[in-house]
Design a protein around this ligand. Sequence first.
Ligand SMILES: C[S@@+](CC[C@H](N)C(=O)[O-])C[C@H]1O[C@@H](n2cnc3c(N)ncnc32)[C@H](O)[C@@H]1O
Length: 206
Amino acid sequence: MTLPRLRFDAAQAADPLAAFAPRPEWLWLEVGFGGGEHALAQIAAHPRTGLIACEVYANGICSLLAKLVAEGMEETGALPPNLRLWAEDARPLIHALPAASLDGLALMFPDPWPKARHARRRFVHPANVVELARVIRPGGVWRIGTDDPVYQAWTADVLAAQHFFEVPPPATERPAGWPPTRYEAKAVAAGRRPLWWELRRNAAAT
Ligand SMILES: C[S@@+](CC[C@H](N)C(=O)[O-])C[C@H]1O[C@@H](n2cnc3c(N)ncnc32)[C@H](O)[C@@H]1O
């Protein structure tokens, strides 16, 4: 099995860089990696950055693992040293991380939960913003991509109501250095128009 060899253990949350060998210089976290396209492209492009990639969906986790190791090589195939997987809800892990421990967090095409009565399930949520402001270091980055019009308007409203992150207008074309995802390709093919936010943690706000 490949997953146990890559798994980020909850006990490692107090010193997350120590979960990697060699110890990376920077640490990013990706919430909901889906099939893993974005996560795998990022670890290849940034070998000195450790990535904790989180996903609850078993098929997604299997899809990423299948891209990493050939069948029959699950126990011995070489694995990227700068990737660890969290195969559960990302929120308890984020809660367990030390303050200012993340250089960046990627939230690529989160589940939109478009019905108003499900709004509290959206990852972009005032309570999560406060928690992300705790774990993302001053000057660190929070990237959000979403194609859903309800989620786009919701995200703009939530971000306008907080003071922890600087919020430039979202890009209407995927910015350079943001690898594409499977979900994004489907959304564009269906005629939806994604927006991409790159937020920076405000050094002064507490
Ligand atoms: C719409 S899909 C997008 C997947 C991928 N980022 C992409 O763009 O192709 C959202 C993914 O986030 C995962 N997810 C949602 N909430 C999560 C959470 N709290 N922790 C980890 N994964 C989560 C879901 O299982 C789902 O695979």
